[in-house]
Design a protein around this ligand. Structure first.
Ligand code: PMP
Length: 419
């Protein structure tokens, strides 16, 4: 099978950033005559050569449509795709691989849950859905659309000035009308790591299901959905060193079995006649049509890649990067960090007095430094902090202390120029 063929490295590698950087061919690029300094990892991560090789291997050795063919290639493609599902199951410790639904990304996963939960059984008129003030638009808009459709209400957990959830306010929002809690684990705009186990426990006291938006989680920390006891967990492949256009919806079997299909078509049915259609079981019920086969396979390989390290080494290294970058950036006069939670992942949003974040981003690009600027698809979070946009640097396992120095020096140059 593909993934076994291309992973020949020992189970747990020594954490050596110089060796890790060699795995990512794009990091050798020169941008505007300077070595690429890529600090936009919360938007998307780069791909290690084994993921690139994995997708090439699929197209050169296994390309066929899955599930329906009896020929050699179709069997091979099906096996690789289903093996990838198994890898996801193992990675997040789901009970069964049928609880792993391949979707386009975190956005589609949340839309799937919001749309199907509004189909009569779970959420209706007068019911309430709880999100927080630090959600990505992907975890706001699908719920708003549902509310609009069925007459439910969206309730919002406020956050304090550090960008932490105010849990006492969460307690006040939970009641018998609450039918869903949907919360981000790690905020893409603030870097806050939320106490999701606590949030899940409190919701379960009211028998309310919880969806965790893990779009910024899997690349930074371990996930164990059984230990968390979350009812749904979503993430995107492209943020965890895998391909774009593929993502995961994990759902507990008990919920997934009760939800109606999201889309209809081939592969999700048992029988079809003009009088009646019967649907297939999990996970096929939610995967209508030809899926992103190569994306699923690439994601499986990406998870094997992350798993080739001890996750504690990754966490320790990224924490050091975060501490170093925080200290450096705070030493710049007029720079303010937005999001100063005690529990933080390696994401730093900042503003500088008198300089628009777009100018910061544009000028840094001329030095070969890629950061993100704007509202980070979290306009309500920006509003909470009284800004329209921030500049955001986000680090993963292949970033270095030298790159943070380059960011720091770049910002000093920009300040001097704009003075
Ligand atoms: N939630 C969070 C916290 C995110 O950071 C993102 C991506 N920026 C999303 C959801 C949506 O992910 P995607 O665009 O990959 O569907």
């Amino acid at each position: 099978m593909l993934s076994e063929k291309i992973i020949q490295k020992p189970a747990k590698r020594k954490f050596d950033v110089n060796e890790i950087r060699k795995d990512f061919p794009i990091l050798n690029l020169q941008i505007n005559g300077k070595p690429l300094c890529y600090l936009d990892n919360a938007a998307t991560t780069h791909k290690p050569d084994i993921v690139i090789e994995g997708t090439k291997h699929y197209y050169t050795h296994e390309n066929a449509n899955i599930h329906r063919g009896l020929h050699f290639l179709s069997e091979a493609a099906t096996q690789s795709y289903e093996n990838a599902r198994l890898k996801v199951k193992e990675y997040i410790n789901a009970m069964s691989s049928s609880e792993i639904i391949f979707v386009r990304g975190a956005t589609e996963a949340i839309n799937l849950v919001a749309a199907t939960m509004g189909n009569g059984k779970f959420i209706g008129e007068g019911d309430e859905i709880i999100v927080s003030n630090m959600e990505h638009h992907a975890n706001i808009v699908p719920w708003q659309m549902l509310c609009e459709r069925v007459g439910a209400k969206l309730k919002v957990i406020p956050i304090n000035d550090n960008g932490e959830l105010i849990l006492e306010e969460y307690d006040k929002l939970l009641n018998e009308k609450t039918k869903m809690v949907s919360i981000v684990h790690i905020s893409n705009s603030l870097g806050t790591i939320n106490p999701i186990k606590e949030i899940i426990d409190r919701a379960h006291k009211f028998n309310v299901p919880v969806l965790i938006d893990g779009a910024q989680t899997v690349q930074h920390s371990r996930v164990d959905v059984q230990d968390l006891d979350c009812d749904f967990f979503v993430f995107s492949g492209h943020k965890v060193f895998g391909p774009t256009g593929i993502g995961v919806l994990y759902g507990k079997t008990s919920y997934l079995n009760q939800l109606p299909p999201y889309q209809g078509g081939g592969d999700m049915i048992r029988t079809v006649s003009f009088d009646q259609t019967t649907f297939d079981g999990l996970p096929n019920k939610f995967e209508a049509g030809t899926p992103n086969i190569v994306g699923g396979i690439g994601l499986g390989v990406a998870l094997l890649y992350i798993n080739s390290f001890d996750i504690n080494d990754i966490i320790e290294y990224e924490t050091k990067l975060l501490e170093y970058a925080t200290e450096k950036l705070l030493s710049i006069n007029g720079l303010k960090i937005i999001g100063t939670a005690k529990e933080k992942a390696s994401v730093i949003s900042f503003v500088i007095d008198g300089i628009h974040s777009y100018d910061i981003g544009t000028m840094l690009d001329t030095y070969g430094i890629a950061i993100r600027t704007g509202h980070h698809c979290s306009q309500p979070t920006m509003k909470r902090f009284g800004v329209s946009a921030t500049a955001r640097a986000s680090f993963v396992l292949y970033n270095t202390f030298e790159e943070i120095d380059r960011l720091y020096n770049g910002l000093l140059k920009i300040k001097k120029m704009m003075a």
